[in-house]
Write a protein that binds this ligand. Structure first.
Ligand SMILES: Cc1cc2nc3c(=O)[nH]c(=O)nc-3n(C[C@H](O)[C@H](O)[C@H](O)COP(=O)(O)O)c2cc1C
Length: 197
């Protein structure tokens, strides 16, 4: 299977990526692919708020066609079997870079097809000190509303301690649970409450 990590940090080689590298290694040991998207490498414009004007304007195809990489990232998310979002804690919240992506993901939920429904998801965060829980909570609520399957034990964080071994244990558990959920729970529409092809 093919899984995706999304690094919301402005620093490619920071702690947020370090957390994803633990996942990367575990996916590899277990024989699965894991691609990391560093959002800093992509141009993702602010949401234009089309949905508040006319719901039919808010689809992934119509969401900014020019000078914007949202479609590229959306395609990777849609084709993945599960996603780990990793964010630095910026003022007790996820990074604006990642939050901009979350706002743009409205177009993946607003249409009759719920593109992300049932996709297993985990959230990790890197903080210098404090605020990881609130950053993670902020992320999990919209992800649930978008239909994603937030995993049991699907969150963890570094809080000032670069090499907290307990965090690595949580990430490895998250990876195994993501593989399990992706293999056992696909083929069901949680929105329509029925089996799908
Ligand atoms: C704009 C900004 C705001 C920050 N706010 C917080 C914060 O609220 N709480 C905290 O513990 N650390 C805060 N930090 C520190 C970062 O969370 C920490 O350095 C983290 O490792 C950054 O992630 P990175 O290593 O992936 O870049 C902040 C850093 C920046 C740049």
């Amino acid at each position: 299977m093919k899984f995706l990590g999304i690094n919301g940090s402005s620093r490619i080689d920071g702690l947020s990526y370090k957390l994803l590298r633990i996942a990367e290694e575990e996916f590899s040991i277990l024989g699965h692919q894991f691609e990391v998207v560093h959002l800093v490498d992509y141009r993702i414009n602010y949401c234009r708020g089309c949905v508040s004007e006319d719901m039919s304007l808010c689809t992934p195809e119509k969401c900014y066609k020019e000078h914007d990489d949202f479609q590229k990232v959306a395609a990777k998310m849609i084709s993945s079997d599960g996603i780990i979002f990793s964010t630095p804690v910026y003022w007790y919240a996820p990074s604006a870079r990642l939050w901009t992506l979350i706002e743009r993901m409205t177009s993946l939920e607003n249409t009759p097809r719920k593109y992300l429904e049932g996709k297993p998801v985990g959230v990790v965060a890197a903080a210098g000190e404090d605020g990881a829980q609130s950053a993670i909570t902020n992320l999990i609520v919209p992800l649930i509303h978008m239909g994603m399957l937030v995993l049991p034990f699907g969150m963890t964080y570094y809080s000032g301690k670069e090499d907290d071994p307990e965090t690595a244990v949580y990430i490895k558990r998250m990876v195994k649970n993501m593989i399990y959920a992706a293999s056992r729970l696909s083929g069901y529409s949680w929105w329509e409450n029925r089996e799908v092809d």
